[in-house]
Design a protein around this ligand. Structure first.
Ligand SMILES: C[S@@+](CC[C@H](N)C(=O)[O-])C[C@H]1O[C@@H](n2cnc3c(N)ncnc32)[C@H](O)[C@@H]1O
Length: 205
């Protein structure tokens, strides 16, 4: 199983909340691609952060497309059900756990995520190395702890694909240790110094 957990990276969630959300909130749909989402804790953490920072009506405009190569073929069902064992949710801050998760009536050691949060996540199996974006015009792409597994040239191609998949002014987020390859540095501009949040550069403008 892929290594991941809920609220793994609070700093990145905070960067998204502070720098990307104020702009994306003005859009009709807030389309997000979580590429390499594993079995769901990352996209669900992001969705919960968004629900916390925006009202019920605006949250309905969030469409979070979560993808993974998923060699186990298990992630689609896990993410659709939104059910996680106590072991996986026990470190979630108590206030968030109580508000967004409920123990299953017939299995109180398992917790199901609130329906409105589940409804914004659309999962599909997808291999980033096909270099085909699942769709275009994303306001935000989150790709964390995935690119480190690729060869340098593959990483460059995937960054080019992300550039193509973003809307003008769209945001890209990586984990802190992932450095943008020189070959694609003209495609993205850092939003904050020393943090891995970038904006798409419109090439030729
Ligand atoms: C370490 S997990 C990271 C999960 C999550 N992004 C996080 O940071 O918590 C890496 C994920 O990348 C996925 N992955 C690896 N190669 C991939 C590929 N070619 N296309 C899509 N996903 C891939 C794995 O299946 C795994 O779920």
């Amino acid at each position: 199983m892929a290594f991941t957990y809920f609220f793994r990276d609070m700093q990145t969630l905070e960067l998204i909340r502070e720098h990307a959300m104020p702009e994306l909130k003005g859009r009709k749909f807030i389309d997000i691609w979580d590429a390499g989402c594993a079995m769901g804790p990352e996209p669900y953490s992001l969705a919960i952060m968004l629900r916390e920072s925006m009202g019920r009506f605006m949250f309905r405009n969030v469409r979070l497309f979560a993808t993974d190569i998923d060699s186990s073929n298990l992630f689609e069902k896990i993410i659709a059900d939104g059910v996680y064992p106590f072991e996986q949710v026990r470190r979630i801050p108590g206030e968030i756990l109580g508000k967004y998760f409920e123990p299953l009536p017939d299995d109180p050691q398992s917790y199901v995520i609130r329906e409105d949060v589940r409804a914004c996540i659309h999962y599909q199996q997808h291999d980033l190395l096909t270099l085909d974006p699942i769709r275009k015009s994303f306001g935000l792409i989150v790709c964390k702890n995935v690119l480190l597994h690729f060869q340098h040239n593959e990483r460059v191609r995937v960054y080019e694909m992300f550039h193509d998949a973003l809307s003008d002014g769209g945001f890209l987020v990586n984990e802190q240790t992932q450095v943008l390859p020189d070959e694609v540095s003209h495609l993205f501009s850092p939003v904050v110094p020393n943090a891995r949040i970038y904006r798409k550069t419109v090439v030729g403008s």
